[in-house]
Ligand binder design. Sequence first.
Ligand code: LLP
Length: 384
Amino acid sequence: MITTADIQAFQARKTPFYHYDLKQLRALAIKVQNEARSRNYHVHYALKANARPEVLDVFVNQGFGADCVSGAEVRAALEAGFASNHIAFAGVGKTDDEIDLAIEQDIFTLNVESIEELEVISSRAVSRGKTARIALRLNPDVDANTHRYITTGLEENKFGISGWQIAEVMDLLRSLKGIELTGLHFHIGSQIQNLEPFRNLCGRINHFQQVFSDHGFHIQHINAGGGLGVNYDQPDELQAQDFEEFFSTFDQLLELRPGQELHFELGRALVAHCGDLISRALYVKRGQKTDFLILDAGMTELIRPALYQAFHSIQNLSNSESKELHKYDVVGPVCESSDSFGKAVLLPECRRGDLIAIRMTGAYGESMASNYNLRQLETPYFRG
Ligand code: LLP
């Protein structure tokens, strides 16, 4: 949420910068954690969505685990105060150094994505006289019905171990030293906007569970991944009840075995709402059909519209009252035509110097920012 007091504070600052409402984030984290705990579920926060220390602090304090996809994220999680036995580490391309770090820190699981990786983890653990806890990331071949760049659970995607490889994996698990299979891991994609893909996922998890138990493998935990989508049309509406529906889908459809834990790794749905990108209008350039509103923020600060054609609502914070709307192509200063936040966006009249907010950018906003064109974000503004 952006208040009048925030807008006043923004006026004295250099743009572009990210604004974070930590109070709102804390409130949502508490609600989600209560909901999960009431069902005895475990939620890991996916650091890739936003790894700001102030954001991580909220999740550490509310007792979340961490979901990491690089050695640097594992280190950031440890530094933020996540307990190492609450850290999961996934990724198709873990380096030897990253695997060593995970083994040495004795993290919750390395989520293994290929047969070759399984062999590497085993040999590196053996050479250290250690046993690495692993989960197999299985590719369930379930369509997440989302943008193809953020679909991860189809056979054609690079992620996870496919069903046809399981027999070979089981043979290896019986022979390899230095590894202990503790879990099965799934993650089918991101920004999933209805529950159907999760229902299908439950069916596939039940199937895989049966295969493993038929072959005498005991699975301590299931990790159903993340992916819960958000409604980018409503930046000021919190979505606590969506989590309830999400969890209850698994409650109803997933056949957990006695004593088995269910874990999730959510990113976007937890942090999307708490952040906004704040910029200034540099120029309003007349176009033949639509005027261009040229901001001092661009695809370097927020790449989602350019990369996934993602929608983020745009607000003129300096002129929010006026009922008369004008059409603008809202663009950034970067030398690429993909550097656009929206076409024919209806906004109250915009003038040079106006503060323009690009809303709901707490997830995959700052964490995906680059310094292409040697551009630099200003330091963030935190409320609460
Ligand atoms: N677990 C794994 C293994 C993942 O790869 C991801 C996200 C998550 C959990 C968290 O997913 P979430 O709950 O946030 O959907 N940059 C894209 C999103 C990429 C998601 C990558 N993996 C975007 O801006 O839409």
